[in-house]
Design a protein around this ligand. Structure first.
Ligand code: UTP
Length: 295
């Protein structure tokens, strides 16, 4: 693979996950299974398939399972060897040797902006990708990964890139919404971003989906950012001060796994795309349709 202009990725995964209580009392939402993989494995795979060589995961209290997941499990490998299960053995090895994964702990959950500040030394003045650890993206057929599409835009505009998508009016209050001028199809020069506005005050219906390519000047802007919405240091408040970032409508589907319904939808849709499950699951879903009609 050709060396990418963006070599590093930050995956913030330290949030408390209050929207997914009670399951997040004792386990990270980033480790929730979607079909047969934890959410964060999809995120790491997206980074790697985009040419990223170095990944920093921001973890926190109660998130040890994430580190264990990407570690080598000697006991498990021994067992798989004994069972002569070479397919599972190779799959397991592949997970533990995925990329150079580093970890840093965010000791207090002071917001996404604060989590990203923990990556300053690691990024060493290079542009970097941010992939939220509770968000899965699946590229449209024939398209590159979401992060790869963003790196392509970064190479063209040399500005920070924020992935956006059209959000339904009633969901606007849950997103950072951009105000911008369309430069070309699906590409906006951003004038402002408003964190979780009321629909009547929103400048557009284009909301940030949890994928960014950022230039290192974001760190100084984050240091100057006071707690905002929810009394947390919001990445959006620092992004507002960047010099004309670009909003990119990426060609992908996106699931917010931090949201209970988002997680359920992702599990069903991605299961339907797997040959070994599709037929039976579809038949099962059809029986639910029948009982709904009968009710
Ligand atoms: P969310 O906005 O979903 O916040 O974080 P949250 O605290 O995890 O979840 P809720 O809203 O209480 O349910 C988006 C991403 O940023 C990370 C989360 O782990 C998630 O991947 N995050 C958030 C941090 O790493 N640190 C924080 O202080 C907040």
């Amino acid at each position: 693979m050709r060396k990418s202009s963006v070599r590093k990725a930050i995956i913030p995964a330290a949030g408390m996950g209050t929207r997914f209580l009670p399951i997040t009392r004792a386990q990270p939402k980033e480790m929730l299974p979607v079909v047969d993989k934890p959410v964060i494995q999809y995120v790491v795979e997206e980074a790697i398939s985009s040419g990223i060589e170095d990944i920093l995961i921001i973890t926190g209290r109660g998130k040890r399972a994430i580190e264990d997941h990407f570690d080598i499990s000697c006991e498990l490998e021994r067992k798989l060897k004994q069972n002569k299960d070479s397919r599972q053995f190779d799959e397991d090895r592949q997970i533990s040797s995925m990329a150079d994964i580093h970890y840093i702990r965010q000791k207090e959950q002071l917001g996404l902006g604060n989590a990203i500040l923990h990556a300053e030394k690691h990024c060493d003045d290079e542009p970097f990708a941010v992939l939220l650890g509770d968000t899965i993206t699946i590229p449209f057929k024939g398209e590159k990964s979401c992060t790869n599409q963003m790196i392509d835009s970064y190479n063209k505009y040399h500005s920070s890139i924020i992935a956006v998508e059209m959000v339904a009016r009633k969901k606007i209050k849950d997103y950072g919404i951009i105000d911008g001028n369309e430069l070309e199809d699906g590409i906006y020069s951003i004038k402002d971003i408003i964190e979780k506005p009321k629909p009547e005050n929103a400048p557009s219906n284009l909301g940030a989906i949890g994928r960014y390519v950022l230039t290192p000047d974001i760190f100084d802007l984050l240091k100057d950012t006071k707690p905002g919405h929810g009394d947390e240091i919001q990445l959006t408040d620092a992004l507002r001060k960047l010099n004309r970032p670009i909003g990119l409508v990426t060609k992908c589907r996106r699931y917010d796994i931090g949201d209970k319904l988002g997680w359920m939808k992702s599990s069903i849709e991605l299961c339907l795309e797997r040959e070994e499950f599709a037929e039976e699951l579809r038949a099962f879903l059809n029986t639910l349709n029948c009982s709904e009609k009968m009710a």
